[in-house]
Ligand binder design. Structure first.
Ligand code: ADP
Ligand code: MG
Length: 331
């Protein structure tokens, strides 16, 4: 009898301790590896471990589905995506679009203005002529021809009608510099709504955090730009987002020149002033776009931009692999 009472006591007393645990999943989406992990507390005093695991599975699936949903909507490689439809039609007519895409395009436009065109989703008219896997790049005359179509001011967003229109026939847009951060943001919102207090969601170089890692900060590594699998620096973070843009993700080298996926909209050529840029801040969408922005601007102008924005910090690795920190990160 005593043993049964002790068993029942320990079952109820320890159940929350036993069933609370970390859950995680890793999967490929948006051309990169995504990862989610969170701590599921047994705060509702679920009586069986099965309940807890069921809840975890539901949340893991919700995060995964959200990433795939955004990919379906925003991928330039999917004919039926909302983005592809815009690229097909918007130079000949105003195209009605979803509120969600309208809002994200508005953020992209804000960052283009803020960065004086260093971030520009119309870089794509040249960008789509590169194929890094096939080592293909546009010739200088192709670039010269395409450059007039690179200009964020050629995108007309009509807030009332929820439409987009291009002012120039050859304009094409691409959200590769902002969509992953947005996806991370949405996934964190899903977890937060479900009561999760400790979580990490990443898509490639974009990471968003909820809370800490239960009593200690998350340690987010910034990849060494020239040594695979090595980490240049670990940053302790709580409740922040961090995005890294590097010239080592998608690239090829020809005649000693590195051609990679971050394009200077003014030249149509890869930006080569620095090799890695990380931006830290609260909003995953902004840090994603700002890391691309600072990469294009380079060390001096990039740092100057971040210093003007009190909510963001940056870590820049220059061509000599020296680290530079914005003033909020200085010891
Ligand atoms: P990753 O996609 O590897 O996470 P970034 O966040 O730096 O890296 O985004 C790079 C992507 O942004 C490119 O693959 C391209 O889709 C897009 N892009 C490249 N140059 C620009 C630019 N000047 N402005 C806006 N987007 C850009
Ligand atoms: Mg980015």
């Amino acid at each position: 009898m005593q043993r049964i009472i002790f068993f029942l006591f320990s079952y109820f007393f320890f159940s929350s301790v036993v069933f609370s645990q970390w859950y995680q999943d890793t999967f490929k989406v948006m051309g990169t590896l995504s990862h989610v992990e969170f701590w599921l507390d047994d705060y509702q005093h679920r009586l069986t471990q099965v309940d807890n695991q069921q809840q975890a599975r539901t949340l893991l699936l919700a995060v995964k589905e959200e990433m795939f949903r955004i990919d379906q909507q925003m991928s330039p490689y999917k004919q039926q995506s909302e983005l592809s439809r815009i690229n097909r039609l918007a130079s000949s007519q105003a195209v009605k679009i979803s509120q969600e895409l309208f809002d994200l395009l508005t953020v992209a436009q804000d960052i283009s203005r803020l960065s004086e065109g260093a971030f520009d989703i119309t870089y794509a008219s040249v960008g789509y002529q590169y194929n890094y896997r096939e080592r293909k790049k546009p010739s200088q005359s192709d670039i010269t021809k395409a450059l007039p179509a690179i200009n964020y001011q050629s995108i007309i967003l009509d807030r009332k009608q929820k439409t987009i229109r291009f002012k120039h026939a050859d304009v094409r847009i691409d959200l590769g510099g902002i969509a992953k951060g947005y996806a991370v943001k949405r996934c964190l919102e899903i977890l937060k709504k479900a009561g999760i207090e400790h979580a990490l969601v990443s898509a490639g170089g974009d990471t968003g955090l909820l809370g800490d890692r239960r009593g200690r900060p998350w340690l987010v590594g910034i990849k060494h730009p020239r040594a695979d699998h090595k980490t240049a620096v670990h940053i302790p973070l709580v409740d922040e987002a961090i995005s890294t843009s590097g010239d080592y993700e998608r690239y090829f080298i020809e005649d000693g020149v590195r051609y990679h996926h971050i394009i200077n909209p003014k030249t149509g050529d890869s930006a080569r002033a620095v090799v890695s840029v990380s931006v830290i801040g609260k909003d995953p969408t902004y840090v994603d776009a700002l890391s691309t922005t600072v990469f294009v601007k380079g060390l001096k102008e990039g740092l100057a931009l971040i210093e003007k924005l009190p909510e963001f910090e940056t870590i820049i690795i220059d061509k000599n692999q020296r680290l530079h920190f914005s003033s909020g990160l200085q010891p």
